[in-house]
Structure formats: C-alpha cells, structure tokens
Design a binder for this molecule. Structure first.
Ligand code: MG
Length: 166
C-alpha cells in the first residue's frame, strides 16, 4: 500500500509533467513565430516526452490500484525575449523537476515504498540527461550572442533531433 503523502506527491507530479508539456509546447510555438523550425521541432519533441513522463506515473498508480484524479494545468507564463531566455527558463524548470523527484525519492525511502523506487530512480537518471542538454544549449546560445548565422546553424542542428515530427 502506498502512503498517502507519496500518493499525493505522485498526483502532483502528474500535473507537473503535463504543465511541463504545456510549457514546452508554448516554447515550440514561440520558435515557430521566430521562424526557427529546428528549435520548434526540438521543443515539440520535448512536449511529447513530458507527456510520456506523466503517463509513467499514471501507469504506476493504475497498476498499484490507486485512483488517478487529474488536476488543472496552468497556462505557461511565456513572454520570452530571446532563444537564450527560453532555454534558461527550460533549464530552471528541469532543475525544479529534479528537486521534486528527489523529494519524492526521500518520501519513498522514509515510507519504505520499495516498489516506487525503480520508477523514481529512472526519473533521477532522466533528469541528469535533461539538465545536461538544456545546459549545453544555454552555453551554445551564450556563445552565439547576436550572430544570426550561428543561430541559424544551431537551429538546423536542433532540427536533426530524432523522434516524432512536429
Ligand atoms: Mg518530465
């Protein structure tokens, strides 16, 4: 049986993953407006991936016989003034997700919920990858500065990300 507080944390996390999906969808739309199709496609893939994260928590609860009630998804704030600002916001968001997963891991350990640990462990590893990639793009965009040719080059690179097409 899952503890009430871990159960509530997972319900909150399902909401957070869909909120992340919504955030990345809005970032994808920002890049469409900027006519940077590679970045737009990359963010679209990120949007799909966040939904898969939500599905993992949903499946875990379903398979353990816990009811899943969905919460409201807040509209993303937006208002970014540059690709760098978008990726800095994305990095900050991923760092916050890492903090949340660690907090859930603490709860699972304290409540001796050994069945939840492999799922949370998967997410901890995933967060290393997520933070790494956002940090790399932030670094690239800082180096690029105001160079439009370099920005277009990076856009084409980003567009080569594997996965579902936008
Ligand atoms: Mg996620």
């Amino acid at each position: 049986m899952m503890s009430e507080r871990l159960y509530q944390a997972m319900l909150d996390q399902i909401q957070a993953e869909f909120a992340a999906a919504y955030l990345y969808l809005s970032m994808s739309m920002y890049f469409e407006e900027q006519n940077l199709p590679g970045f737009a496609r990359w963010m679209w893939h990120q949007y799909l991936e966040e939904q898969e994260h939500a599905h993992k928590f949903i499946r875990h609860l379903v398979e353990r016989g816990m009811p899943v009630t969905l919460k409201d998804i807040p509209a993303p704030e937006g208002g970014w003034d540059s690709p760098l600002a978008v990726f800095e916001a994305g990095l900050a968001h991923e760092q916050e997700v890492t903090r949340r997963i660690k907090a859930m891991y603490d709860i699972a350990m304290e409540d001796k919920d050994y069945q939840a640990l492999p799922l949370l462990h998967w997410f901890l590893e995933e967060q290393i990858e997520e933070e790494d990639i956002f940090r790399r793009v932030v670094d690239d965009l800082r180096r690029i500065g105001d160079d439009p040719a370099a920005l277009i080059f990076l856009d084409r690179e980003m567009g080569r990300r594997e996965g579902d097409d936008a």
